[in-house]
Unconditional design. Structure first.
Length: 199
């Protein structure tokens, strides 16, 4: 399965929230504002056709600017949100060369949340990759921090059923909760400078 530019466009439409929420139990679309100022646009755009697109995008984001916050434990510079544990593992392998520090794998399959909390508390991370539910829990519990974030990337990888992270019932609500409950409030803090990217 590869990144699909049509999927990225569809995901941008979904993230624009025009018709993302069809059920009354979902959050109100107007409660999750997203503007162009929230989006990450690198000075040099990596080629979409390049097999190293994600690697180049993360490396470019990490090399821009200096953060004001020095606390690195549990505070990545790049956070990538994926639809599945298998995709997380694939991206971790791809992005290990971007940083000298471990790449944090944040998903629930075969990994207890307490082990991830311990890893985030005891070690500095530059890149964290995870599924929406696990990322949301770690953000809400304060173990995963946003003070050093430069890039939050939403992975547009399609599964066997041609779905992306916003198409799946078990990932969509957590993904939007991450934005609404954590990232949007944090984006209003002048000390934080992260941007969103669909990839």
């Amino acid at each position: 399965m590869a990144r699909n530019t049509d999927a990225a466009d569809d995901l941008q439409d979904d993230f624009d929230l025009d018709d993302s929420f069809s059920e009354s139990s979902e959050p109100d679309a107007q409660s999750i504002p997203l503007t162009p100022s929230h989006m990450y646009v690198p000075s040099t755009e990596p080629s979409l056709d390049s097999p190293s697109y994600i690697h180049d995008l993360v490396q470019t984001a990490m090399s821009t600017g200096k953060g004001k916050n020095k606390v690195m434990h549990g505070a990545p510079q790049a956070l990538i949100i994926c639809s599945s544990a298998l995709r997380v593992v694939e991206l971790v392998k791809m992005l290990r060369v971007v940083t000298k520090r471990p790449v944090a794998k944040l998903f629930s399959r075969h990994i207890k949340i307490d082990a991830q909390k311990k890893m985030l508390k005891e070690g500095a991370v530059d890149v964290a990759i995870g599924t929406p539910n696990r990322v949301l829990r770690l953000l809400r519990d304060g173990d995963l921090k946003v003070n050093r974030l430069k890039l939050v990337a939403i992975d547009c990888w399609q599964d066997d059923k041609m779905r992306v992270v916003v198409d799946m019932d078990d990932t969509r609500s957590d993904l939007f909760a991450i934005w609404r409950d954590v990232l949007l409030p944090a984006s209003k803090n002048p000390d934080y400078s992260f941007k969103l990217r669909l990839m």
